[in-house]
Design a protein around this ligand. Structure first.
Ligand code: GLN
Length: 548
Protein backbone atom coordinates (compact mmCIF):
# COMPACT_ATOMS: atom_id res chain seq x y z
CA UNK A 1 0.00 0.00 0.00
CA UNK A 2 2.78 2.39 -0.94
CA UNK A 3 1.10 5.45 -2.36
CA UNK A 4 -0.17 8.28 -0.20
CA UNK A 5 -3.86 8.23 0.58
CA UNK A 6 -5.62 11.54 0.68
CA UNK A 7 -9.27 10.50 0.69
CA UNK A 8 -11.38 9.36 3.58
CA UNK A 9 -12.81 5.88 3.07
CA UNK A 10 -16.31 4.77 3.94
CA UNK A 11 -17.06 1.05 3.65
CA UNK A 12 -20.67 -0.06 3.29
CA UNK A 13 -21.49 -3.68 4.10
CA UNK A 14 -24.86 -5.40 4.12
CA UNK A 15 -26.44 -7.91 6.43
CA UNK A 16 -29.50 -10.14 7.01
CA UNK A 17 -30.54 -10.27 3.34
CA UNK A 18 -29.57 -9.03 -0.08
CA UNK A 19 -31.61 -6.47 -2.05
CA UNK A 20 -31.72 -3.97 0.81
CA UNK A 21 -30.58 -1.18 -1.49
CA UNK A 22 -26.93 -0.72 -0.51
CA UNK A 23 -26.40 0.97 -3.86
CA UNK A 24 -29.13 3.54 -3.24
CA UNK A 25 -27.96 4.19 0.33
CA UNK A 26 -24.36 4.61 -0.85
CA UNK A 27 -25.47 6.92 -3.68
CA UNK A 28 -27.67 8.92 -1.29
CA UNK A 29 -24.86 9.34 1.22
CA UNK A 30 -22.56 10.31 -1.65
CA UNK A 31 -25.08 12.90 -2.79
CA UNK A 32 -25.39 14.40 0.70
CA UNK A 33 -21.62 14.70 1.01
CA UNK A 34 -21.22 16.05 -2.52
CA UNK A 35 -23.94 18.62 -1.78
CA UNK A 36 -21.56 19.99 0.87
CA UNK A 37 -18.90 20.65 -1.73
CA UNK A 38 -16.91 17.45 -1.15
CA UNK A 39 -15.50 15.52 -4.08
CA UNK A 40 -16.97 12.02 -3.83
CA UNK A 41 -16.83 8.79 -5.78
CA UNK A 42 -18.35 5.39 -5.12
CA UNK A 43 -17.00 1.96 -6.01
CA UNK A 44 -18.49 -1.50 -5.79
CA UNK A 45 -16.73 -4.76 -4.97
CA UNK A 46 -18.68 -7.83 -6.02
CA UNK A 47 -17.80 -11.22 -4.55
CA UNK A 48 -18.69 -13.40 -7.55
CA UNK A 49 -16.14 -15.17 -9.74
CA UNK A 50 -17.08 -13.66 -13.12
CA UNK A 51 -14.46 -11.12 -14.21
CA UNK A 52 -17.32 -8.68 -14.81
CA UNK A 53 -21.10 -8.92 -15.22
CA UNK A 54 -20.76 -8.63 -19.03
CA UNK A 55 -21.25 -12.35 -19.52
CA UNK A 56 -24.17 -12.63 -17.07
CA UNK A 57 -27.68 -12.66 -18.47
CA UNK A 58 -30.22 -10.16 -17.12
CA UNK A 59 -32.06 -12.90 -15.18
CA UNK A 60 -28.93 -13.34 -13.11
CA UNK A 61 -27.84 -9.79 -12.62
CA UNK A 62 -30.23 -7.23 -14.13
CA UNK A 63 -28.80 -4.64 -16.47
CA UNK A 64 -25.12 -4.50 -17.33
CA UNK A 65 -24.06 -0.88 -16.96
CA UNK A 66 -21.33 0.32 -19.34
CA UNK A 67 -18.96 3.14 -18.41
CA UNK A 68 -17.18 5.63 -20.69
CA UNK A 69 -14.01 3.55 -20.61
CA UNK A 70 -15.91 0.50 -21.80
CA UNK A 71 -16.16 -1.44 -18.55
CA UNK A 72 -19.17 -3.73 -18.22
CA UNK A 73 -20.26 -3.18 -14.65
CA UNK A 74 -22.86 -3.71 -11.97
CA UNK A 75 -26.08 -1.73 -12.28
CA UNK A 76 -25.36 0.06 -8.99
CA UNK A 77 -22.77 2.12 -10.88
CA UNK A 78 -25.71 3.50 -12.82
CA UNK A 79 -27.19 4.75 -9.54
CA UNK A 80 -23.87 6.33 -8.56
CA UNK A 81 -23.68 8.20 -11.86
CA UNK A 82 -27.35 9.22 -11.86
CA UNK A 83 -27.31 10.49 -8.28
CA UNK A 84 -23.92 12.21 -8.34
CA UNK A 85 -23.57 13.18 -12.02
CA UNK A 86 -20.07 11.70 -11.92
CA UNK A 87 -18.49 9.36 -14.43
CA UNK A 88 -17.27 6.02 -13.15
CA UNK A 89 -14.82 3.62 -14.77
CA UNK A 90 -13.47 0.09 -14.61
CA UNK A 91 -11.76 1.01 -11.34
CA UNK A 92 -15.18 1.58 -9.74
CA UNK A 93 -16.27 -2.05 -10.09
CA UNK A 94 -14.09 -4.97 -9.09
CA UNK A 95 -15.11 -8.62 -8.70
CA UNK A 96 -13.51 -11.62 -7.01
CA UNK A 97 -12.86 -12.90 -10.54
CA UNK A 98 -10.79 -9.85 -11.39
CA UNK A 99 -8.90 -9.98 -8.10
CA UNK A 100 -7.95 -13.64 -8.63
CA UNK A 101 -7.17 -12.98 -12.28
CA UNK A 102 -4.73 -10.22 -11.28
CA UNK A 103 -3.10 -12.36 -8.58
CA UNK A 104 -2.77 -15.41 -10.84
CA UNK A 105 -1.32 -13.25 -13.65
CA UNK A 106 1.28 -11.92 -11.17
CA UNK A 107 2.03 -15.44 -9.98
CA UNK A 108 2.61 -16.67 -13.57
CA UNK A 109 4.80 -13.67 -14.22
CA UNK A 110 6.91 -14.70 -11.26
CA UNK A 111 6.12 -11.67 -9.10
CA UNK A 112 5.72 -13.85 -5.98
CA UNK A 113 8.67 -16.10 -6.78
CA UNK A 114 9.47 -18.41 -3.90
CA UNK A 115 6.27 -17.64 -2.00
CA UNK A 116 3.13 -19.68 -1.52
CA UNK A 117 0.31 -17.51 -2.87
CA UNK A 118 -2.52 -17.37 -0.34
CA UNK A 119 -5.85 -15.68 0.36
CA UNK A 120 -4.18 -13.77 3.18
CA UNK A 121 -2.08 -11.77 2.38
CA UNK A 122 -2.03 -11.98 -1.43
CA UNK A 123 -5.73 -11.88 -2.26
CA UNK A 124 -6.49 -9.40 0.53
CA UNK A 125 -3.56 -7.21 -0.55
CA UNK A 126 -4.88 -7.20 -4.10
CA UNK A 127 -8.34 -6.25 -2.81
CA UNK A 128 -6.82 -3.42 -0.77
CA UNK A 129 -4.77 -2.20 -3.76
CA UNK A 130 -8.05 -1.92 -5.60
CA UNK A 131 -9.84 -0.28 -2.63
CA UNK A 132 -7.23 2.48 -2.80
CA UNK A 133 -6.73 2.72 -6.56
CA UNK A 134 -9.08 5.69 -7.02
CA UNK A 135 -7.28 7.42 -4.16
CA UNK A 136 -4.07 7.64 -6.18
CA UNK A 137 -5.26 10.60 -8.26
CA UNK A 138 -5.68 12.77 -5.15
CA UNK A 139 -8.96 13.89 -6.73
CA UNK A 140 -11.36 12.69 -4.05
CA UNK A 141 -12.17 13.83 -0.53
CA UNK A 142 -14.32 10.78 0.07
CA UNK A 143 -14.41 7.32 -1.47
CA UNK A 144 -17.39 5.16 -0.61
CA UNK A 145 -16.82 1.44 -1.12
CA UNK A 146 -19.86 -0.80 -1.32
CA UNK A 147 -19.19 -4.46 -0.64
CA UNK A 148 -21.68 -6.62 -2.56
CA UNK A 149 -23.44 -9.58 -1.00
CA UNK A 150 -24.08 -10.19 2.67
CA UNK A 151 -21.83 -10.46 5.68
CA UNK A 152 -21.51 -14.17 6.46
CA UNK A 153 -21.44 -15.32 2.83
CA UNK A 154 -18.41 -17.53 2.23
CA UNK A 155 -17.46 -15.57 -0.88
CA UNK A 156 -17.56 -12.21 0.94
CA UNK A 157 -14.99 -13.26 3.54
CA UNK A 158 -11.80 -12.01 1.83
CA UNK A 159 -13.45 -8.63 1.20
CA UNK A 160 -14.57 -8.24 4.80
CA UNK A 161 -11.09 -9.25 5.95
CA UNK A 162 -9.61 -6.66 3.56
CA UNK A 163 -11.89 -3.99 5.07
CA UNK A 164 -10.60 -4.95 8.53
CA UNK A 165 -7.02 -4.58 7.32
CA UNK A 166 -7.78 -1.33 5.46
CA UNK A 167 -8.75 0.22 8.77
CA UNK A 168 -5.20 -0.40 9.99
CA UNK A 169 -3.72 1.14 6.84
CA UNK A 170 -5.70 4.33 7.32
CA UNK A 171 -5.55 6.87 10.10
CA UNK A 172 -8.50 6.57 12.49
CA UNK A 173 -10.24 9.69 11.16
CA UNK A 174 -10.08 8.40 7.60
CA UNK A 175 -11.99 5.12 8.03
CA UNK A 176 -15.67 4.56 8.61
CA UNK A 177 -17.79 1.44 8.55
CA UNK A 178 -21.51 1.54 7.77
CA UNK A 179 -23.63 -1.58 8.01
CA UNK A 180 -26.94 -1.74 6.19
CA UNK A 181 -29.38 -4.16 7.72
CA UNK A 182 -33.03 -5.14 7.87
CA UNK A 183 -35.45 -4.71 10.76
CA UNK A 184 -38.31 -7.02 9.79
CA UNK A 185 -41.85 -6.41 10.98
CA UNK A 186 -43.67 -9.52 12.08
CA UNK A 187 -47.31 -8.95 11.33
CA UNK A 188 -48.56 -11.77 13.59
CA UNK A 189 -46.61 -10.42 16.58
CA UNK A 190 -47.07 -6.80 15.49
CA UNK A 191 -43.44 -6.20 16.30
CA UNK A 192 -40.27 -4.91 14.68
CA UNK A 193 -37.50 -7.41 15.28
CA UNK A 194 -33.88 -6.53 16.02
CA UNK A 195 -32.45 -10.04 16.39
CA UNK A 196 -31.39 -10.56 12.74
CA UNK A 197 -29.45 -7.30 12.93
CA UNK A 198 -27.82 -8.31 16.21
CA UNK A 199 -26.65 -11.53 14.56
CA UNK A 200 -25.41 -9.76 11.50
CA UNK A 201 -23.40 -7.26 13.54
CA UNK A 202 -22.04 -10.15 15.61
CA UNK A 203 -20.76 -11.73 12.39
CA UNK A 204 -19.08 -8.49 11.43
CA UNK A 205 -17.51 -8.28 14.89
CA UNK A 206 -16.20 -11.84 14.53
CA UNK A 207 -14.47 -10.64 11.38
CA UNK A 208 -12.93 -7.80 13.36
CA UNK A 209 -15.14 -4.95 12.19
CA UNK A 210 -17.19 -2.80 14.54
CA UNK A 211 -19.71 -0.82 12.48
CA UNK A 212 -19.73 2.91 13.27
CA UNK A 213 -23.17 3.48 11.83
CA UNK A 214 -26.15 1.17 11.36
CA UNK A 215 -28.56 1.97 8.56
CA UNK A 216 -31.77 0.03 9.19
CA UNK A 217 -34.17 -0.77 6.38
CA UNK A 218 -37.67 -0.94 7.73
CA UNK A 219 -41.29 -0.81 6.58
CA UNK A 220 -42.33 1.11 9.70
CA UNK A 221 -40.76 3.98 11.64
CA UNK A 222 -38.26 2.80 14.26
CA UNK A 223 -39.49 3.71 17.76
CA UNK A 224 -36.91 5.05 20.21
CA UNK A 225 -36.94 1.78 22.25
CA UNK A 226 -35.95 -0.19 19.16
CA UNK A 227 -33.22 2.31 18.36
CA UNK A 228 -31.92 2.07 21.93
CA UNK A 229 -31.94 -1.69 21.81
CA UNK A 230 -30.03 -1.72 18.52
CA UNK A 231 -27.50 0.79 19.86
CA UNK A 232 -26.94 -1.26 23.02
CA UNK A 233 -26.70 -4.69 21.45
CA UNK A 234 -24.76 -3.61 18.38
CA UNK A 235 -22.41 -1.31 20.28
CA UNK A 236 -23.09 1.86 18.31
CA UNK A 237 -24.08 5.31 19.51
CA UNK A 238 -27.82 5.95 19.64
CA UNK A 239 -27.63 8.75 17.07
CA UNK A 240 -25.79 6.37 14.73
CA UNK A 241 -28.82 4.13 14.39
CA UNK A 242 -30.28 5.48 11.15
CA UNK A 243 -33.76 4.63 9.97
CA UNK A 244 -34.11 3.90 6.25
CA UNK A 245 -37.82 3.58 5.79
CA UNK A 246 -39.32 2.36 2.48
CA UNK A 247 -39.44 5.31 0.11
CA UNK A 248 -41.95 6.20 -2.57
CA UNK A 249 -39.11 6.90 -5.00
CA UNK A 250 -35.41 6.09 -4.82
CA UNK A 251 -34.81 9.80 -5.32
CA UNK A 252 -36.48 10.51 -1.94
CA UNK A 253 -33.80 8.52 -0.12
CA UNK A 254 -31.21 11.34 0.08
CA UNK A 255 -33.81 13.51 1.80
CA UNK A 256 -34.81 10.70 4.18
CA UNK A 257 -31.15 10.23 5.01
CA UNK A 258 -30.81 13.96 5.53
CA UNK A 259 -33.66 13.90 8.01
CA UNK A 260 -31.93 11.07 9.86
CA UNK A 261 -28.67 13.06 9.78
CA UNK A 262 -26.67 10.26 8.19
CA UNK A 263 -24.15 12.61 6.55
CA UNK A 264 -23.81 14.68 9.76
CA UNK A 265 -22.83 11.54 11.66
CA UNK A 266 -20.37 10.63 8.92
CA UNK A 267 -18.82 14.10 8.90
CA UNK A 268 -18.40 14.23 12.65
CA UNK A 269 -16.86 10.73 12.79
CA UNK A 270 -14.47 11.60 9.96
CA UNK A 271 -13.66 14.91 11.69
CA UNK A 272 -14.83 16.97 8.74
CA UNK A 273 -16.54 20.34 9.21
CA UNK A 274 -20.32 20.17 9.37
CA UNK A 275 -21.78 22.44 6.72
CA UNK A 276 -25.23 22.76 5.21
CA UNK A 277 -25.83 20.76 2.01
CA UNK A 278 -27.11 22.56 -1.05
CA UNK A 279 -29.90 20.33 -2.31
CA UNK A 280 -31.84 23.02 -4.15
CA UNK A 281 -31.65 21.43 -7.59
CA UNK A 282 -32.39 17.97 -6.22
CA UNK A 283 -35.48 19.28 -4.46
CA UNK A 284 -36.59 21.11 -7.59
CA UNK A 285 -36.33 17.81 -9.48
CA UNK A 286 -38.38 16.05 -6.81
CA UNK A 287 -40.94 18.86 -6.94
CA UNK A 288 -41.39 18.37 -10.67
CA UNK A 289 -41.38 14.57 -10.33
CA UNK A 290 -44.13 14.60 -7.74
CA UNK A 291 -46.36 17.28 -9.25
CA UNK A 292 -46.79 16.33 -12.87
CA UNK A 293 -49.25 18.38 -14.88
CA UNK A 294 -49.58 15.86 -17.69
CA UNK A 295 -49.34 12.15 -18.27
CA UNK A 296 -48.21 9.90 -21.13
CA UNK A 297 -48.33 6.18 -21.77
CA UNK A 298 -45.07 4.80 -23.10
CA UNK A 299 -44.64 1.24 -24.34
CA UNK A 300 -41.41 -0.58 -23.60
CA UNK A 301 -41.04 -3.50 -25.97
CA UNK A 302 -38.46 -5.97 -24.75
CA UNK A 303 -37.98 -9.60 -23.88
CA UNK A 304 -37.39 -9.23 -20.13
CA UNK A 305 -40.63 -7.49 -19.23
CA UNK A 306 -41.07 -9.52 -16.07
CA UNK A 307 -37.71 -8.22 -14.94
CA UNK A 308 -37.64 -4.41 -14.79
CA UNK A 309 -34.02 -4.42 -13.48
CA UNK A 310 -32.96 -5.54 -16.97
CA UNK A 311 -33.89 -2.08 -18.26
CA UNK A 312 -33.02 -0.07 -15.15
CA UNK A 313 -31.28 2.84 -16.88
CA UNK A 314 -34.07 3.18 -19.45
CA UNK A 315 -36.71 3.34 -16.73
CA UNK A 316 -34.69 5.91 -14.76
CA UNK A 317 -34.11 7.97 -17.92
CA UNK A 318 -37.90 8.14 -18.35
CA UNK A 319 -38.23 9.31 -14.75
CA UNK A 320 -35.69 12.10 -15.37
CA UNK A 321 -37.20 13.12 -18.71
CA UNK A 322 -40.74 12.95 -17.31
CA UNK A 323 -39.84 15.31 -14.47
CA UNK A 324 -38.19 17.67 -16.93
CA UNK A 325 -41.46 17.78 -18.91
CA UNK A 326 -43.54 17.91 -15.69
CA UNK A 327 -45.18 14.80 -17.01
CA UNK A 328 -45.88 11.44 -15.41
CA UNK A 329 -44.54 8.65 -17.59
CA UNK A 330 -46.52 5.44 -17.28
CA UNK A 331 -44.59 2.54 -18.71
CA UNK A 332 -46.50 -0.32 -20.28
CA UNK A 333 -44.25 -3.37 -20.48
CA UNK A 334 -44.82 -5.33 -23.64
CA UNK A 335 -43.22 -8.71 -24.22
CA UNK A 336 -41.87 -8.71 -27.77
CA UNK A 337 -42.54 -12.46 -28.03
CA UNK A 338 -46.27 -11.83 -27.63
CA UNK A 339 -46.57 -9.37 -30.52
CA UNK A 340 -47.93 -10.77 -33.79
CA UNK A 341 -49.12 -9.09 -36.99
CA UNK A 342 -52.67 -9.84 -35.86
CA UNK A 343 -52.46 -8.30 -32.38
CA UNK A 344 -49.91 -5.51 -32.82
CA UNK A 345 -52.60 -2.81 -33.12
CA UNK A 346 -54.23 -3.94 -29.88
CA UNK A 347 -50.93 -4.40 -28.04
CA UNK A 348 -49.83 -0.87 -28.83
CA UNK A 349 -53.27 0.72 -28.56
CA UNK A 350 -53.41 3.87 -26.43
CA UNK A 351 -49.64 4.38 -26.33
CA UNK A 352 -48.21 7.81 -27.06
CA UNK A 353 -44.71 6.58 -27.77
CA UNK A 354 -42.87 3.27 -27.86
CA UNK A 355 -39.28 2.36 -27.05
CA UNK A 356 -37.87 -0.82 -28.53
CA UNK A 357 -35.24 -2.11 -26.16
CA UNK A 358 -31.67 -3.37 -26.59
CA UNK A 359 -31.04 -7.09 -26.53
CA UNK A 360 -29.19 -10.11 -27.82
CA UNK A 361 -30.24 -13.16 -29.78
CA UNK A 362 -33.22 -14.17 -31.83
CA UNK A 363 -35.94 -14.44 -29.21
CA UNK A 364 -38.63 -11.77 -29.60
CA UNK A 365 -37.12 -10.22 -32.75
CA UNK A 366 -40.19 -10.73 -34.96
CA UNK A 367 -42.41 -8.98 -32.41
CA UNK A 368 -40.04 -6.03 -32.25
CA UNK A 369 -40.04 -5.72 -36.03
CA UNK A 370 -43.84 -5.96 -36.14
CA UNK A 371 -44.14 -3.24 -33.47
CA UNK A 372 -41.79 -0.95 -35.38
CA UNK A 373 -43.76 -1.41 -38.58
CA UNK A 374 -46.93 -0.36 -36.76
CA UNK A 375 -45.21 2.70 -35.27
CA UNK A 376 -43.79 3.74 -38.63
CA UNK A 377 -47.07 3.35 -40.50
CA UNK A 378 -49.15 5.05 -37.83
CA UNK A 379 -46.75 7.92 -37.12
CA UNK A 380 -46.43 7.03 -33.43
CA UNK A 381 -43.23 8.34 -31.75
CA UNK A 382 -40.57 5.64 -31.73
CA UNK A 383 -37.19 5.38 -30.07
CA UNK A 384 -35.08 2.34 -30.89
CA UNK A 385 -31.98 1.59 -28.86
CA UNK A 386 -29.18 -0.66 -30.11
CA UNK A 387 -31.02 -3.84 -31.10
CA UNK A 388 -33.98 -1.44 -31.48
CA UNK A 389 -32.06 0.32 -34.29
CA UNK A 390 -31.09 -2.97 -35.84
CA UNK A 391 -34.76 -4.06 -35.87
CA UNK A 392 -35.83 -0.70 -37.35
CA UNK A 393 -33.26 -1.11 -40.13
CA UNK A 394 -34.43 -4.67 -40.79
CA UNK A 395 -38.09 -3.62 -40.82
CA UNK A 396 -37.39 -0.81 -43.27
CA UNK A 397 -35.40 -3.07 -45.59
CA UNK A 398 -38.11 -5.73 -45.56
CA UNK A 399 -41.21 -3.59 -45.86
CA UNK A 400 -40.08 -0.46 -47.67
CA UNK A 401 -37.03 -1.49 -49.68
CA UNK A 402 -38.53 -4.80 -50.85
CA UNK A 403 -36.00 -7.12 -49.32
CA UNK A 404 -38.33 -9.55 -47.51
CA UNK A 405 -35.46 -11.71 -46.29
CA UNK A 406 -33.30 -8.85 -45.01
CA UNK A 407 -31.92 -9.48 -41.54
CA UNK A 408 -29.06 -9.06 -39.15
CA UNK A 409 -26.46 -11.82 -39.45
CA UNK A 410 -26.84 -12.27 -35.67
CA UNK A 411 -30.37 -13.53 -36.37
CA UNK A 412 -29.96 -15.11 -39.82
CA UNK A 413 -26.35 -15.78 -40.84
CA UNK A 414 -27.48 -16.78 -44.35
CA UNK A 415 -29.67 -13.79 -45.17
CA UNK A 416 -29.34 -12.56 -48.78
CA UNK A 417 -29.52 -8.98 -47.43
CA UNK A 418 -27.31 -8.60 -44.35
CA UNK A 419 -28.37 -5.03 -43.55
CA UNK A 420 -26.85 -5.49 -40.10
CA UNK A 421 -23.56 -7.33 -40.00
CA UNK A 422 -20.42 -7.93 -37.97
CA UNK A 423 -17.54 -5.53 -38.45
CA UNK A 424 -14.47 -7.27 -39.85
CA UNK A 425 -12.61 -6.79 -36.56
CA UNK A 426 -15.33 -8.72 -34.74
CA UNK A 427 -15.27 -11.69 -37.11
CA UNK A 428 -12.12 -13.26 -35.72
CA UNK A 429 -12.97 -12.85 -32.02
CA UNK A 430 -14.06 -16.00 -30.21
CA UNK A 431 -14.02 -14.88 -26.55
CA UNK A 432 -17.32 -13.51 -25.28
CA UNK A 433 -16.30 -11.37 -22.29
CA UNK A 434 -15.29 -7.77 -22.96
CA UNK A 435 -15.06 -8.17 -26.73
CA UNK A 436 -17.94 -6.03 -28.00
CA UNK A 437 -17.72 -2.42 -29.16
CA UNK A 438 -17.81 -1.01 -25.64
CA UNK A 439 -17.79 2.42 -24.04
CA UNK A 440 -17.75 5.97 -25.32
CA UNK A 441 -17.37 6.72 -29.03
CA UNK A 442 -17.66 10.09 -30.75
CA UNK A 443 -20.45 10.73 -33.21
CA UNK A 444 -20.94 13.59 -35.65
CA UNK A 445 -24.49 14.72 -36.23
CA UNK A 446 -25.82 15.71 -39.63
CA UNK A 447 -26.69 19.39 -39.88
CA UNK A 448 -30.38 19.93 -40.44
CA UNK A 449 -31.35 16.59 -38.88
CA UNK A 450 -33.79 16.26 -35.98
CA UNK A 451 -30.95 14.81 -33.96
CA UNK A 452 -28.84 17.90 -34.47
CA UNK A 453 -31.72 20.02 -33.18
CA UNK A 454 -32.24 17.69 -30.19
CA UNK A 455 -28.63 17.77 -29.04
CA UNK A 456 -28.07 21.37 -30.09
CA UNK A 457 -24.54 20.54 -31.20
CA UNK A 458 -22.66 18.65 -33.82
CA UNK A 459 -20.24 16.49 -31.87
CA UNK A 460 -21.50 14.11 -29.23
CA UNK A 461 -20.14 11.14 -27.34
CA UNK A 462 -22.30 8.17 -26.36
CA UNK A 463 -21.72 4.71 -24.91
CA UNK A 464 -21.92 1.47 -26.86
CA UNK A 465 -22.34 -2.24 -26.16
CA UNK A 466 -22.85 -4.35 -29.26
CA UNK A 467 -21.11 -6.45 -31.91
CA UNK A 468 -23.20 -5.82 -34.99
CA UNK A 469 -23.36 -2.65 -37.13
CA UNK A 470 -25.33 -1.16 -39.99
CA UNK A 471 -23.97 -2.43 -43.31
CA UNK A 472 -22.93 0.65 -45.32
CA UNK A 473 -23.49 -1.16 -48.63
CA UNK A 474 -27.17 -0.37 -48.16
CA UNK A 475 -26.81 3.24 -47.01
CA UNK A 476 -27.63 4.94 -50.32
CA UNK A 477 -30.80 2.87 -50.70
CA UNK A 478 -31.92 3.70 -47.20
CA UNK A 479 -31.29 7.41 -47.58
CA UNK A 480 -32.98 7.57 -50.97
CA UNK A 481 -36.08 6.10 -49.34
CA UNK A 482 -36.05 8.69 -46.54
CA UNK A 483 -34.25 6.81 -43.76
CA UNK A 484 -31.46 9.25 -43.00
CA UNK A 485 -28.15 8.56 -41.28
CA UNK A 486 -28.30 11.45 -38.80
CA UNK A 487 -25.16 10.54 -36.88
CA UNK A 488 -21.90 8.98 -38.06
CA UNK A 489 -18.78 7.78 -36.35
CA UNK A 490 -16.25 9.42 -38.64
CA UNK A 491 -13.26 7.37 -37.45
CA UNK A 492 -14.89 4.01 -38.07
CA UNK A 493 -17.33 5.15 -40.78
CA UNK A 494 -20.30 3.66 -38.95
CA UNK A 495 -23.88 4.87 -38.90
CA UNK A 496 -24.85 5.50 -35.28
CA UNK A 497 -28.29 7.09 -35.76
CA UNK A 498 -31.16 6.76 -38.19
CA UNK A 499 -34.16 9.05 -38.43
CA UNK A 500 -37.10 8.74 -40.76
CA UNK A 501 -37.63 11.98 -42.63
CA UNK A 502 -41.35 11.65 -43.27
CA UNK A 503 -42.29 10.63 -39.71
CA UNK A 504 -42.88 13.11 -36.86
CA UNK A 505 -40.52 11.25 -34.46
CA UNK A 506 -38.92 8.00 -35.59
CA UNK A 507 -35.41 7.80 -34.23
CA UNK A 508 -33.12 4.89 -33.58
CA UNK A 509 -29.64 4.89 -32.14
CA UNK A 510 -26.90 2.26 -32.10
CA UNK A 511 -25.62 3.58 -28.75
CA UNK A 512 -27.19 3.63 -25.29
CA UNK A 513 -28.36 7.14 -24.36
CA UNK A 514 -29.94 5.76 -21.20
CA UNK A 515 -26.47 5.27 -19.69
CA UNK A 516 -25.86 9.00 -19.60
CA UNK A 517 -29.09 10.39 -18.18
CA UNK A 518 -28.75 11.77 -14.65
CA UNK A 519 -31.14 13.46 -12.24
CA UNK A 520 -29.58 16.87 -12.83
CA UNK A 521 -28.78 16.27 -16.52
CA UNK A 522 -31.61 14.30 -18.09
CA UNK A 523 -30.73 13.01 -21.55
CA UNK A 524 -31.98 15.23 -24.42
CA UNK A 525 -33.17 12.24 -26.47
CA UNK A 526 -35.43 11.06 -23.66
CA UNK A 527 -36.63 14.62 -22.91
CA UNK A 528 -37.60 15.14 -26.54
CA UNK A 529 -39.11 11.68 -26.87
CA UNK A 530 -41.47 12.44 -23.99
CA UNK A 531 -42.18 15.84 -25.53
CA UNK A 532 -43.07 14.12 -28.82
CA UNK A 533 -45.28 11.65 -26.94
CA UNK A 534 -47.10 14.54 -25.26
CA UNK A 535 -47.67 16.15 -28.64
CA UNK A 536 -48.91 12.87 -30.09
CA UNK A 537 -51.30 12.50 -27.17
CA UNK A 538 -52.78 15.95 -27.76
CA UNK A 539 -53.20 15.30 -31.47
CA UNK A 540 -54.86 11.93 -30.84
CA UNK A 541 -57.23 13.56 -28.33
CA UNK A 542 -58.23 16.06 -31.00
CA UNK A 543 -58.71 13.31 -33.60
CA UNK A 544 -60.89 11.36 -31.16
CA UNK A 545 -62.94 14.48 -30.44
CA UNK A 546 -63.51 15.07 -34.17
CA UNK A 547 -64.57 11.45 -34.66
CA UNK A 548 -67.07 11.60 -31.81
N1 GLN B 1 -27.28 -7.95 -30.27
C1 GLN B 1 -26.94 -6.72 -30.91
C2 GLN B 1 -25.44 -6.62 -31.15
O1 GLN B 1 -24.68 -7.31 -30.52
C3 GLN B 1 -27.45 -5.52 -30.12
C4 GLN B 1 -26.86 -5.37 -28.77
C5 GLN B 1 -27.63 -4.44 -27.86
O2 GLN B 1 -28.82 -4.16 -28.08
N2 GLN B 1 -27.00 -3.98 -26.79
O3 GLN B 1 -25.00 -5.84 -31.96
Amino acid sequence: MGSAKTAKHIFVTGGVTSSLGKGIISASLGKLLQARGLSVTIQKFDPYINIDPGTLNPYEHGECYVTDDGAETDLDLGHYERFLSITTSQANNVTTGRIYHNVITKERRGDYLGKTVQVIPHITDEIKNNFFKLDESGEYDIIITEIGGCVGDIESLPFIEAVRQAKLDLSPNDFLSIHLTLIPYLHAAKELKTKPTQHSVKQLLEAGIQPDILVCRTELPLPIEIRKKLALFCNVQLNCVIEAIDAESIYDVPLHMRKEKLADRVLSKLKLPKTEPDLTKWKEFLGRLKNPVEEVEIGLVGKYVELPDAYKSIVESFTHAGAENECKVNIRWISSEDITPANVGDSLHGLHGVLVAPGFGERGIQGKIEAIRHLRENEIPFLGICLGLQCAVTEFARNVLNMPKASSTEIDPNTPHPVIDLMNEQKTITDKGGTMRLGAYPCTLTKGSKLYAIYGKMHISERHRHRYEFNNQYLAEFENAGMIAAGINMDLNLVEIFELKSHPWFISVQFHPELKSTVLNPHPLFIRFIEAALKFRKVSFKKEAINL
